[in-house]
Design a protein around this ligand. Structure first.
Ligand SMILES: Cc1ncc(COP(=O)(O)O)c(C=O)c1O
Length: 387
């Protein structure tokens, strides 16, 4: 049975060039980038090449890129690092209810353990924050606002070009952090329009290795390190750098970023082909979050009312189709994700939601087949439950 992988928001298959590159570095370039001999310098060169490749998606300045162990660590460093370092300027923080747990749980920690006041912005039925609400909440005590770019479960794209200037108009020294893990290298990150100070990214969402990521830190932005150790990453993220992972990340970003518009159009066509095939099948379903035309090109979240998501997911897996019920981080928990809950869906939709996420590795034939199989699985499960 052929495998059809439609869980590309959780992780993507690495580019073959990335795997080859990383393998050869692991075997041959084993020097510590801090060592002063040739082996060390060779590793350092690889690290700096990777930093240049990542920086090309931000300000172009390599000294504003810090490598981390992934998006989770980048988010922790940005949110906790900014709040703790700037707490003398104010104690008010703002985020949204639909952030990834690696952002949301930092805010909960800061609220519960460190005495910060946090506002959690709601979203509308399309999964969008209201910029007017951000404007109302920003005050002279606000030191940090963290709003994601693309949501990992429903694909909503936040209007950061509206939100960012409103934050700065309300308080020019309030920092804006953006979790761009789902959009980095796939979409333009308009840092100037967003007026962003900190942006997180991750390698395994863009055909790079798991366990590698980065944080863009605008020059002059003060952060408290989470780890203490040697002087690596300008003392903000000490520890011997994972050179193969960083190098793989850099190459993956470069390859993913090439012909970006063409790839985005192709991915969007795959998503729409999947959606239309399902629509023509006659099974009942609803789109959660933005309409298929509006949301991120690679994510669609659908509810099949009253059918348990886990049962449907397993039925799809038996047919060789890999999707997700909630985000990967939630998929082993029985309760619906906080993101779907924030959309105020009724229980019939809340417990029956599946996320399908696409990449350029999928073909149109594959996604149409997957949609037809999904329709079959829905019909089968329905008739089983109605017996
Ligand atoms: C929006 C978003 N932020 C952060 C992360 C965490 O990234 P990582 O898996 O690299 O820790 C993810 C991963 O699912 C994500 O989708």
């Amino acid at each position: 049975m052929a495998e059809i992988y439609l869980d590309n928001s959780a992780s993507t298959r690495p580019h073959p060039e990335v795997s080859d590159f990383m393998g050869s570095i692991q075997d041959r370039e084993y020097g510590n980038p801090s060592s002063l001999h040739q082996k060390g310098l060779d590793s350092e060169k690889l690290l700096e090449e990777a930093r240049r490749r990542i920086a090309a998606f931000f300000s172009g300045k390599e000294d504003e890129i810090y490598f981390t162990s992934g998006g989770t660590e980048a988010n922790n460093l940005a949110v906790k690092g900014a709040a703790l370092r700037n707490r003398n300027r104010g104690r008010h923080l703002i985020t949204s209810q639909i952030e990834h747990p690696s952002v949301l749980n930092c805010f909960r920690y800061l609220e519960e353990e460190e005495g910060f006041a946090v506002d959690y912005l709601p979203v509308d039925s399309r999964g969008l924050v209201d910029p007017g609400q951000v404007k109302e909440l920003v005050n002279k005590n606000t030191i940090l606002v963290s709003i994601m770019h693309v949501n990992n479960e429903i694909g909503s794209i936040q209007p950061l070009e509206e939100i960012g200037p409103l934050i700065k108009a309300g308080n020019p020294s309030a920092l804006l952090h953006v979790d761009a893990v789902q959009s980095f290298a796939r979409m333009e990150l308009d840092l100037k329009a967003w007026q962003a100070d900190l942006v997180s990214c991750s390698a395994h969402k863009i055909h790079g290795p798991r366990g590698a990521g980065g944080l863009w830190v605008k020059k002059g932005t003060l952060l408290q390190p989470l780890l203490h150790g040697g002087g690596q990453e300008k003392e903000l993220r000490p520890g011997t750098e994972n050179v193969p992972a960083a190098a793989g990340f850099g190459l993956a970003a470069q390859l993913t970023g090439e012909s970006r518009q063409r790839k985005a159009d192709a991915t969007s066509s795959l998503k729409l082909a999947f959606y239309r095939t399902l629509l023509n099948s006659g099974v009942e379903f609803h789109v959660n979050g933005p309409s298929p035309e509006e949301g991120a090109v690679h994510i669609i979240n659908l509810s099949f009312p009253a059918l348990p998501a886990e049962a449907l997911l397993h039925s799809l897996e038996e047919r060789g189709i890999f999707a997700s019920a909630g985000s990967a981080c939630h998929s082993r928990k029985p309760e619906p994700s906080h993101i779907l809950q924030a959309l105020n869906l009724d229980d019939r939709r809340l417990y029956s939601a599946l996320r399908f996420s696409f990449s350029i590795n999928n073909s149109e034939e594959e996604v149409e087949f997957a949609a037809a199989e999904t329709a079959e699985a829905v019909k089968e499960l329905k008739s089983f439950l109605n017996r």
